[in-house]
Design a protein around this ligand. Sequence first.
Ligand code: HEC
Length: 119
Amino acid sequence: MGKRWLFWIATAACVGGVFFGVTGEGQAEPKAERGDAARGKTLFARNCAGCHGPEGGGDGYRLLGPDPANLTSPSTRQKSDAELLKTIHDGKPNMPAWKGNLSEKQSRDVLAYVRTLAK
Ligand code: HEC
């Protein structure tokens, strides 16, 4: 498992580098509160779908230990934005911390997209 961890860190670092290049635009954020689910979808596809699955069903890449959460489940839907943002920022066992790679705004965008997954 140690090696896979390194793999993910390296992946996250690369992806983060790409994002800073691509999304470094717009400092002006008039409506910063609400995430943009369309942007979040792209971020999710690149960063999260590998583990959480393309539809967030938790059917992506599995490691030893806890399986990726099914983000469409009622249990995720019932959690507050703050709770989910904290998980995205700080990570979990088997989930990397994203705070170094996703900005505040990107985290909210991705969360907005996650919210669209729960049925
Ligand atoms: C390396 C695999 C992996 C990647 C990549 C990953 N996750 Fe996770 N994620 C997990 C695992 C595993 C859990 C569940 C951990 C647990 O239950 O202890 C989890 C849990 C979560 C939860 C908590 C759900 C809940 O109900 O509490 C959220 C939200 C989440 N991930 C969002 C994301 C987002 C957004 C991304 C992309 C920015 C992402 N994850 C990328 C593996 C991953």
